[in-house]
Design a protein around this ligand. Structure first.
Ligand code: FAD
Length: 392
């Protein structure tokens, strides 16, 4: 019996015994936030059990809250979770963005202090990068941090802070040297959100939802020991985090793709019908095109998971995945909407089913995917310069 086979048996038995019914099938996934009410107590039980096992961050070392799994074991674990319909125990910017960044740039003290907390899902994280006047041109950011003894005192404003109002922690880029060239005077730090110097104002959208916020800093305080990497060398750290963000986002899209693939065929059958003819041929072509793109994206993302788990950190190539996966996400939402015909444009009311209303919202929100985490035009610039080596 191979070690991998034994691991599969062990994982299967453990999951069968410990995965509660309330987290099998579609539903809420824990973000670590204490400010979001849970739909079922099992969501929290599942997080605690998986964290205890080290399986919220399976490939991290045990001393940092992980289980030290190899990439193959990690893939097996995902397959066994999928087989019983188990949802991920935790999805947040801690495990997917700042955690991997601390693993790479943090001191040993920071790793031992911050990573186990992230692995246990103790708090949700938000990202303080964009500012009014510093979006695509992020290095123009002006929010300042001034060293005062053991503390950094922060003043300025961030914008589009997703989940700022439900997060306990922020990782952010700040200007720590006003005189240096713009990429050289930036530092990367983490700080708690619940403090007097931080005011979070949710931005209400036309839908009534407030997924992101304006965040104001008025003498907010960060501990000097929470500077990740060297002072004024934060641009390198911040850029690497974006690469983790882009690869993580792609994996999420691809995981949800697996769930939606059957749905796409089902939806075509349900709304368009099996009859032959011109319309049917067109639909068949669209669904086939979609499925082929979905499969190749899944395979490529699986390769990326394996590479990341083998200790190789993601590079500029993540820009390709960001570009492709977000364009694919838009295509998927558009196809679902068009297959549903007039039922694909429902916003509320009894005339539309819940999946139809969800589909309309997903179709509209998918437009944002090619903007956040650096717009797709910026990804094309990165690919041109850093992957293809074209001149500026
Ligand atoms: C849903 C959503 C969630 C977000 N969450 C966060 C978050 O949690 N934290 C955070 O810090 N930020 C967040 N953002 C902000 C996001 O990172 C910025 O919107 C993005 O970087 C673009 O910046 P901007 O909006 O200022 O647009 P601009 O930079 O003003 O760009 C406007 C347009 O010009 C194009 N453009 C600009 N420069 C170039 C160039 N050099 N070459 C070619 N085209 C160019 C852009 O592609 C875009 O189409 C979020 C955005 C969205 C939509």
């Amino acid at each position: 019996m191979t070690a991998l086979y034994e691991f599969r048996e062990e994982a299967r038995a453990w999951l069968k015994e410990h995965c509660p019914d309330g987290v099998r099938g579609p539903g809420q996934v824990h973000t670590g936030s204490t400010k979001i009410s849970l739909s079922h107590p099992d969501v929290s039980v599942w997080l605690d059990r998986m964290a205890e096992k080290g399986w919220t961050v399976p490939t991290w070392a045990p001393e940092y809250g992980g289980a030290g799994l190899t990439s193959n074991e990690y893939v097996v674990l995902l397959e066994e979770m999928k087989a019983i319909g188990a949802r991920p125990p935790l999805i947040n910017r801690g495990t997917q963005m700042v955690g991997p960044t601390i693993l790479e740039f943090g001191s040993e003290e920071q790793k031992r202090r911050l990573l186990p907390m992230i692995a246990r899902g103790e708090g949700a994280w938000c990202q303080g990068y964009s500012e009014p006047g510093a979006g695509s041109d992020l290095a123009s950011l002006r929010t300042s941090a001034v060293l005062d003894g053991d503390r950094l005192v922060i003043n300025g404003q961030k914008i589009w802070t997703s989940d700022g109002h439900t997060s306990e922690w922020m990782f952010m880029l700040v200007r720590t040297d006003q005189a240096a060239p713009k990429h050289d005077g930036i530092s990367f730090l983490v700080l708690p959100m619940d403090q007097p110097g931080i005011e979070v104002r949710p931005i209400q959208l036309i839908s009534g939802h407030s997924p992101f916020c304006e965040t104001f800093f008025d003498d907010a305080v960060a501990d000097k020991r929470d500077l990740i990497g060297e002072m004024n060398r934060g641009w390198t750290v911040g850029k690497r985090l974006l690469q983790h963000e882009r690869s993580g986002m792609e994996m999420l899209v691809s995981q949800s793709t697996e769930r939606k693939q059957t749905t796409m065929v089902d939806i075509a059958r349900k709304y368009v019908g099996p009859e032959t003819g011109q319309l049917d041929l067109l639909v068949r072509n669209q669904v086939t095109d979609y499925e082929m793109k979905a499969r190749s994206l899944q395979l490529t993302s699986r390769r990326m998971v394996e590479e990341a788990s083998d200790g190789r950190t993601p590079g500029p190539v993540t820009s390709i995945m960001k570009l492709v996966s977000t364009e694919y996400e838009k295509m998927q939402a558009e196809l679902l909407t068009s297959l549903r015909g007039t039922q694909g444009y429902g916003w509320e009311g009894d005339a539309f089913s819940t999946p139809e209303i969800d589909g309309t919202r997903r179709w509209l929100s998918s437009r944002a995917a090619s903007i956040y985490s650096g717009s797709n035009e910026i990804q094309q610039n990165i690919i041109a310069k850093r992957v293809l080596g074209l001149p500026d």
